[in-house]
Design a protein around this ligand. Structure first.
Ligand SMILES: [Zn+2]
Length: 167
């Protein structure tokens, strides 16, 4: 079952919320697969405001020769351009994998409302695994988090990628 990290939001999701979250996570998975086809680590993110998709992007670090071109950063940039606002206060960000420290920091800068991610990243994840950036009281914004949406698909995509690369 999905779980939320904020203690005041641990109520189970309604069926309608689950359907919505899974629908957008499939979009994030779609761009993650595109990233894999381009030789990138298969992580995908989409940014949604209400019913509107603002942006969807996969990792582009190799393609752009840019260490900051993680899926979350690329899609936040696109979403802000589209919204005409560097704050995305009503946005939900869907990411196939738990965001890293840089990306979790960027989500704070963008003031997003909700982060939904699929699989945990025990090595570099900065939401649950390390640092707990989205819940840090030292920062001036906190983000509600839901994890585990389409977790098997998100995890398998990464595992397949790294298995192939070892061969
Ligand atoms: Zn990142």
């Amino acid at each position: 079952m999905f779980s939320a990290t904020e203690t005041d939001s641990e109520a189970e999701l309604t069926t309608e919320q689950t359907v919505t979250h899974e629908r957008w996570m499939r979009e994030a998975l779609r761009v993650a697969r595109d990233a894999r086809s381009a030789g990138e680590v298969p992580v995908g993110t989409c940014v949604v405001d209400g019913d509107q998709l603002l942006a969807a992007a996969g990792n582009r670090t190799r393609t752009d020769c840019d260490p900051t071109a993680h899926a979350e950063i690329v899609s936040l940039r696109e979403a802000s351009q589209k919204a005409g606002n560097y704050r995305l206060a009503n946005a939900t960000v869907y990411s196939t994998i738990e965001p890293c420290a840089m990306c979790a920091g960027a989500l704070i800068q963008a003031r997003v409302k909700l982060l939904v991610y699929g699989a945990t990243d025990e090595k570099a994840g900065a939401v649950e695994s390390h640092f707990h950036i989205c819940a840090a009281h030292q920062l001036n914004h906190r983000i509600k988090v839901i994890k585990g949406v389409l977790e098997p698909e998100c995890r398998e995509l990464m595992q397949e990628f790294f298995k192939e690369r070892r061969c």
